[in-house]
Design a protein around this ligand. Structure first.
Ligand SMILES: Cc1cc2nc3c(=O)[nH]c(=O)nc-3n(C[C@H](O)[C@H](O)[C@H](O)COP(=O)(O)OP(=O)(O)OC[C@H]3O[C@@H](n4cnc5c(N)ncnc54)[C@H](O)[C@@H]3O)c2cc1C
Length: 498
């Protein structure tokens, strides 16, 4: 007993406190090396690739304090690393896309980064209806692999995030109107749990874990691979990029609200997204709204919907026809686009609403006008998105731990602030702007005495658990399951349930 306690203490000391003494730290993890596959790589702070492996989308704002990085090449590498970490009480964090922006990630005091990027294969299964996906696969990888076989699935809007990260908290997608959220398309998962055990989770195997993974998954384990439903690519897409001056804000969001009314004949194949941006060559004083209507189908089918927006008198309209995989670059969400840039200070916040409150949106845009005039934040944006809810609402809400609100509220907003440099004042100003924009966009909800819901994957880390995981019984069940699957809260660095 005494010896194991001593070992734990020594390991913590090596990993956390005396990381500057290379030979000691090396000794501490040398026990792991023989257990790993030949493809796994251990990187220590004095190794050449260390800095490269620390870079996150949100660094330097968020820098989890790793003492060692283990790049896992097989699921047993993940298992061995988690088992060692749990045995010696060493904190750890899985990393796939590195695009998580919630501030709770920064609470990792020291410990192991379990990098999953080598687990990046996508294989369409013989049934042609499912694909098996590696736990560290990125969106651009799955999209291209599936497309080569004439398939696609509910992927998110940016090429650079992982598939697993968004899935575990929901996963908004251009395809959600037809097929539900990314997590609604999960068929099964192979999961390394807190003890280092590898289990399968599906509707028949460990169904409670399967339920918890789909909505609060970051809290329950590491998915080394998973099986998702895939679909035959049906047709090309038509995209309308419509630019509005800021004086059209009320008319524009009034019309978007009409599309979300229960009586609306909104097609499931259509998604509506808006980004408030600064574009000085078009308007040197005020922000503009870059509005996108994407539709899976030919232009003549999309045209009647787009015509309603064009009738509002935009500055310009650009129409293009393309394949699903080309939508990423066309909507400025490709690998080279601003949202995908790494090592870029960034902060956001999730705001889910039943309808756009026009006064609130106007106020948010006024605040944005001031912030984006400040050169420190000129690349920032506010996203105001309505992806479509038919597919999402078609799923029985009790099947997943995803909060009910996430299936009910069609409007999803987030201020996204980018800035360079590390000075405290700028960081504080960024958080202050985000808070003010969030308050403005929740005006309508507050006015109607509603409860606030924030999308887990857009959370900035200061929300209550109810705001993220819901106000009903699901949260209680999640907490009960957490005690069973991860009683020590080892998976506690992404908006912890407990
Ligand atoms: C540019 C950009 C675009 C985005 N677009 C969308 C979008 O279209 N739709 C949407 O819903 N959200 C979107 N988001 C939000 C996104 O869902 C979250 O930021 C998500 O956490 C990113 O996951 P990641 O793997 O890239 O990041 P990471 O920081 O690597 O991971 C985030 C969290 O997931 C955990 N995790 C990662 N992989 C695994 C795994 N295999 N098993 C268990 N846990 C794992 C990590 O430990 C961490 O806690 C976007 C974010 C950004 C920055």
């Amino acid at each position: 007993m005494f010896f194991s306690a001593l070992t734990v203490w020594l390991l913590q000391l090596y990993l956390g406190l005396v990381a500057s003494k290379p030979h000691k730290l090396e000794r501490a993890i040398s026990g792991l090396k023989p257990q790993l596959s030949s493809g796994a790589v251990i990187t220590l702070p004095w190794d050449k690739r260390w800095d490269e492996l620390q870079i996150r989308a949100t660094s330097p704002r968020l820098v989890p304090h790793y003492s060692v990085v283990v790049e896992a090449a097989t699921e047993s590498d993940v298992q061995a690393t988690v088992a060692l970490a749990s045995r010696f009480n060493i904190p750890f964090l899985a990393v796939s896309g590195g695009h998580g922006w919630t501030s709770t990630l920064d609470k990792l005091p020291y410990g192991i980064q379990i990098n999953l990027r080598k687990l990046n294969t996508t294989t369409v299964n013989h049934d042609g209806k499912t694909a098996t996906v590696g736990g560290g696969t990125l969106q651009h990888e799955i999209v291209r692999s599936l497309f080569a076989k004439g398939k696609y699935t509910t992927t998110g809007l940016c090429e650079c995030t992982s598939v697993a990260g968004p899935l575990l908290g929901g996963g908004h997608s251009y395809l959600q109107g037809q097929y539900g959220y990314v997590l609604d398309n999960l068929v099964s998962a192979r999961v390394v749990t807190a003890s280092g055990e590898l289990v399968e989770a599906s509707s028949t195997k460990n169904p409670d874990l399967f339920w918890a993974l789909r909505g609060a998954g970051h809290n329950f384990g590491i998915m080394t691979s998973f099986t998702m439903k895939v679909y035959d690519v049906a047709s090309n897409w038509t995209a309308y990029s419509i630019l509005f001056a800021s004086d059209k804000v009320e008319a524009l969001f009034d019309l978007v609200n009409e599309f979300e009314e229960p009586s609306s004949k909104r097609p499931a194949k259509m998604a509506l997204t808006a980004a408030v941006i600064r574009l000085p060559p078009i308007d040197p004083i005020k922000p503009v709204i870059s509005f996108t209507l994407v539709y899976e189908g030919p232009e003549h089918e999309a045209a009647p919907y787009a015509a309603q927006f064009q009738a509002l008198g935009p500055i310009s309209t650009r129409i293009s026809n393309m394949k699903y995989q080309e939508l990423y670059a066309a909507t400025h969400n490709g690998l080279d686009a601003q949202p995908c840039v790494k090592n870029n200070n960034m902060v956001g916040a999730g705001i889910s609403v039943p309808a756009w409150d026009l006064k609130g949106v106007r106020e948010a845009i006024t605040i944005f006008g001031n912030l984006s005039a400040d050169p420190r934040f000129s690349k920032s944006t506010i996203l105001l998105e309505n992806y479509g809810m038919q597919g999402v609402r078609a799923v029985d809400p009790s099947l997943t731990s995803l909060p009910l609100e996430e299936r009910q509220l069609p409007g999803l907003a987030s201020p996204i602030l980018f800035w360079e440099g590390e000075d405290e004042q700028t960081t504080q100003d960024a958080h202050d702007y985000v808070r003010r924009i969030k308050e403005a966009l929740f005006l309508g909800v507050d006015k109607n005495n509603g409860t606030r819901h924030s999308y887990l994957n857009y959370a900035n880390g200061d929300e209550s658990r109810q705001e993220l995981y819901g106000y009903g019984e699901k949260l209680e069940k999640l907490v009960r399951l957490k005690k069973i699957w991860d009683s020590e809260n080892r998976f506690g660095f992404y908006n912890s349930l407990v």
